[in-house]
Design a protein around this ligand. Structure first.
Ligand code: F6P
Length: 346
């Protein structure tokens, strides 16, 4: 362990799409920083926007009570990308310059950035600009490079699985093909995990290119096997040739056209991101938050906290930035699901 520096002033922000567990992470950072290290905590509003507009407030230990179970983020969030389009408006002071000035004016010793890929990319650029930055990975998509898990993912999988469970009974009653579209951006983690947890018959993810004929053949084979209803779980990022409709609507229509089977689609949407975090997400977010405070005390900056083999480690922001953690087509979970007869449309 390096030399511990007490009494520092920490700025903390949350950026990108919200997810369950953010407040648990803020609480983990803040309580450890205040109680263990005698530090001060400044909450910056609405992601990087608050650093540009200098909107912030000091957070006491009292402010961190009662937020563990809350969904969303008490700080607000935005998708502001301060480095985007830089150098275009010649006479404008650039946003990164403003951020650096405000960081100094606010008397910050460091900045904690809680976010997904976009946020961590910005965090890395700010670190290269000389700010002391610590990253905490959060997203329901679970697609941050360098960590086994992001918080938010477990809650999203729980919500999606419950939705699939509910579709089973109505699919069975009507002998229909039920298609459910889940979030995940370009990654298939939510669809893969909840597809398996919810017993989806077909799971479609962006990392494995599906073939419509194979899906149709598979569903008709199930009907011949006296299984008249099926559940198709798909990720929003799969190939969708119909630009004006959701992937679920496209697949639903194609299945109906190719098989004559009755189909219905559900797009679960933002329900997956809302509400209280699962206990697993509360624990992971707390572990990340407390570890981030420990890193600050040791002035170990330019890094992101991460989970590796169930241990908390740190990885350099430079290593994480600009990369995506996608599902490998031969991921053991994919193979195991295929071994049990689940179709990935191939
Ligand atoms: O990254 C989380 C996520 O919910 C993705 O799954 C989804 O594609 C995206 O955010 C939606 O973004 P927005 O909140 O900007 O609509």
């Amino acid at each position: 362990m390096g030399k511990i520096v007490r009494g520092q002033k920490i700025g903390i922000l949350t950026a990108g799409g919200d997810c369950p567990g953010i407040n648990a992470a803020i609480r983990g950072v803040g309580k450890t920083a205040i109680v263990k290290y005698g530090m001060r905590l400044v909450g910056i509003s609405d992601g990087f926007t608050g650093l540009i507009t200098k909107e912030y407030r000091e957070l006491t230990e009292h402010d961190l009570s009662g937020i563990l179970t809350l969904g969303g983020t008490i700080l607000g969030t935005s998708r502001e990308k301060p480095f985007k389009g830089m150098g275009k408006g010649k006479n404008e002071i650039s946003k990164p310059v403003l951020i650096k000035e405000h960081y100094e004016q606010m008397g910050l010793d460091c900045l904690v950035c809680i976010g997904g890929n976009g946020t961590l990319k910005t965090a890395n650029l700010l670190s290269q600009e000389g700010l002391n930055v610590v990253g905490i990975p959060k997203t329901i998509d679970n697609d941050v490079w360098g960590t086994d898990l992001t918080f938010g993912f477990d809650s999203a999988v729980n919500i999606a699985t419950e939705a699939i469970d509910r579709l089973h009974s109505t699919a069975n009653s009507h002998k229909r093909i039920m298609i459910i579209e889940l979030m995940g951006h370009n990654a298939g983690w939510i669809a893969l995990y909840s597809g398996i947890a919810g017993g989806g018959d077909v799971i479609l993810i962006p990392e494995i290119e599906y073939n419509e004929e194979k899906i149709a053949e598979y569903l008709l084979h199930r009907v011949n096997e006296n299984k008249p209803y099926s559940i198709v779980v798909l990720a929003e990022g799969i190939k969708n040739p119909a630009k004006d409709r959701s992937a679920a609507q496209y697949i639903s229509k194609r299945i109906n056209e190719m098989t004559g089977l009755e189909t219905r689609e559900t797009v679960l949407g933002y329900i997956q991101r809302g509400g209280t975090p699962s206990p697993m997400d509360r624990v992971l977010a707390t572990r990340y938050g407390t570890a981030a405070a420990d890193m600050i005390a040791e002035r170990d900056f330019g890094k992101m906290v991460a989970l590796k083999d169930n241990r908390i480690v740190s990885v350099s922001l430079g290593e994480v930035s600009g990369k995506l953690k996608l599902v490998e087509p031969n991921d053991p979970l994919v193979i195991q699901a295929q071994n049990m007869g689940t179709s990935f449309g191939i």
